[in-house]
Design a protein around this ligand. Structure first.
Ligand code: ADE
Length: 247
């Protein structure tokens, strides 16, 4: 999968892209991340990419010409490649959106800076707008890295384990069960006996129940959309009064 990243700060990407799973995914040819400095398409001798907002007010706005030139020269005309603007005004990123994007061969990510981008960029160049949450960052670079990370780990072969991302929190609409590794006891807290039992059917059942319980305790809103069996629903009902007597 190819990511075309358009940014005024290309230098912030390599340290993360050259680490761990993303590095391995790049070496295996699963992803290719191309960084494009929008400033390279600025037209004046000062390489200006921002300007004052019409109508006044604080902050600067990203000019349309360098952004259009950058994106159009890299993607070519009518490429059909999604051009995603990272902005707090976009649809909220989620595991479902990550899955949707992972189905594309190539996507373009446009990182806004300053107060925002000229509205004509949104109107005529951008095909999708994504926010990573209801808070405001200084630019779209960290959101772009987050998106690349979440999408890459969904690509077959990106994670060492062949079951990959199947058990992740949010993969099935539930939070994940608790994990333990050695030692069997640490500072007085023991690993639950069941995990040491070797009884895979019971371990599976325990994990499912822990996953349901965690979701009920921390994110009960997720249970409404989760894929639940009759058994799951009975278990949740049996736990509701313990988790919160008001349920
Ligand atoms: N740029 C600034 N804040 C952002 C956010 N929350 N999500 C995506 N892009 C952003």
């Amino acid at each position: 999968m190819q990511f075309e990243v358009f940014t005024l700060l290309p230098e912030v990407f390599p340290p993360y892209l050259e680490s761990s799973i993303l590095q391995r995914a790049r070496q295996r040819g699963l992803i290719d991340v191309r960084l494009h400095n929008i400033r390279d398409w600025a037209r004046d001798k000062h390489h200006t990419t921002d300007d004052m907002p019409y109508g006044g007010g604080g902050g600067m706005v990203m000019k349309p010409e360098p952004v259009f030139d950058a994106v159009e020269s890299i993607l070519g005309p009518e490429s059909g490649v999604p051009v995603i603007l990272l902005t707090p005004q976009g649809r909220v990123f989620s595991q479902a959106v990550a899955r949707e994007l992972a189905a594309h061969e190539r996507i373009a990510l446009l990182c806004g800076r300053y107060e925002g981008v000229d509205e004509r960029i949104r109107m005529r160049l951008v095909t999708d707008e994504i926010s990573i949450g209801d808070y405001v960052l200084t630019g779209g670079e960290l959101p772009a890295l987050i998106l690349i990370d979440a999408v890459t780990r969904l690509l077959p072969g990106a994670l060492g384990d062949p079951t990959g991302a199947d058990d992740d929190s949010h993969a099935s609409g539930l939070l994940e069960y608790p994990h333990y590794t050695r030692p069997p006891e640490f500072r007085g807290d023991a690993v639950p006996d069941i995990l040491l039992s070797g009884d895979h059917a019971r371990i599976e059942k325990w994990r499912r129940e822990q996953s349901l319980l965690r979701t009920l305790e921390r994110r009960p809103d997720l249970l409404e959309k989760a894929d639940l069996s009759e058994k799951d629903r009975k278990f949740i009902e049996s736990q509701k009064s313990k988790v919160n007597p008001e349920f």
